[in-house]
Design a protein around this ligand. Sequence first.
Ligand SMILES: [Zn+2]
Length: 167
Amino acid sequence: MSDSATAQERYLTAAIAAARKGRSEGGIPIGAALVSANGEILATGYNKRVQLGSAIRHGETDALENAGRLSAAVYAGSTMATTLSPCDMCTGAILLYKIPRVIVGENRTFYGGEDLLRSRGVEVVVADDDECVQIMTEFIAAEPELWNEDIGEPSTSGGPPRRAAKE
Ligand SMILES: [Zn+2]
């Protein structure tokens, strides 16, 4: 059974708040919320590329990490709400844990793995939320290089600063 539009809005609101927190820290404003079958927000997360120097902490993967170890049954009833269409990495994580439903804030600024998700039986709800579009549009205009880095696109100015690999 699908949640009401109001419930979906509440999940997306949590994801947007996470995205804004990330931006306020100087990061990439993409947030997510993992929600249980009964509508409890299990965890939120946001992109931490800048904050942690992380190559893998996207909104969705950060929410999964923050939720910690969960049983397959919990994932099987859950929903992932995310402010932006999930990239291939996050799409893979959603498929891995068999999360049956994804609420996408918007897919105008970036179109990720929605077709693959649908082909694998995941319900994808696109909210086409104006606030999500505005957050990404402003970010991409302000920091195009950082955005390209996050989605694995070539840089026009040499890419991220060289840094030692983590232990
Ligand atoms: Zn991602």
